[in-house]
Design a protein around this ligand. Structure first.
Ligand code: SAM
Length: 193
């Protein structure tokens, strides 16, 4: 980042991606985020201990969940997503998937871990900071894997629905540290005791 106002180098103007279709999600996201699978692996690597109770924000088709459960098979994952198609599809596979928004009060904790991959950037900065305060009160740890402001900016950005920040801003707001970065992707981990 060179101090100039950040603008995405790859910008899309229609919110076509916001309402993800579970049938095409994986193919689309892998095309848009070439290091998608690496991001999932690095997010799970950042989990600081074997968690029992996990809350996943923006669970989508459950890609992060699968990676998490492969590493921590005893974890119980409660997932939420604001997209009803994603939620209804994933309920065929997991018991506890809720139709809910990250910006609303979270399901009752306490949680060992709150994890969010490629979802937090849909919140505005104020919404992110409010969410991080809530998470801090109810969870022992937070792991974020997401698209961030960086060069090269690889991931297409929809200025109407995508609000990435720098990895350092996210780390500062959640009281965490950056554990991995590559291109415009980063993983941030915060431990709250
Ligand atoms: C790019 S997908 C990521 C899904 C999954 N975490 C993964 O890594 O494959 C983003 C998901 O966040 C969900 N989402 C977007 N805004 C949300 C919000 N405000 N509250 C809850 N879920 C949201 C979308 O519906 C979508 O399923």
């Amino acid at each position: 980042m060179d101090g100039r106002p950040w603008r995405p180098s790859i910008e899309i103007s229609v919110s076509a991606r916001f309402h993800w279709n579970p049938d095409t999600y994986l193919e689309t996201i892998r095309a848009e985020v070439p290091r998608f699978d690496e991001l999932q692996e690095e997010a799970v690597k950042a989990v600081p201990f074997a968690p029992d109770r996990v809350l996943e924000l923006g669970i989508g088709t459950g890609e992060t969940t699968r990676h998490l459960l492969a590493a921590h098979p005893d974890a119980w994952v409660v997932g939420l997503d604001s997209n009803s198609e994603m939620v209804f599809r994933l309920r065929e596979e997991y018991d506890d998937i809720q139709l809910a928004r990250m910006e609303d009060p979270l399901p009752d904790g306490p949680w060992d871990l709150v994890i969010a991959v490629l979802s937090i950037h849909h919140l505005t900065d104020d919404q992110k900071q409010l969410l991080f305060r809530r998470v801090r009160e109810h969870s022992r740890a937070l792991v974020i894997g997401d698209v961030v402001k960086a060069e090269p900016q690889v991931t297409p950005i929809d200025l109407a629905t995508d609000f990435p920040d720098t990895a350092e801003e996210l780390a500062q707001w959640c009281g965490g540290e950056v554990t991995w970065r590559a291109d415009d992707l980063a993983v941030i981990r915060a431990s709250y005791g």
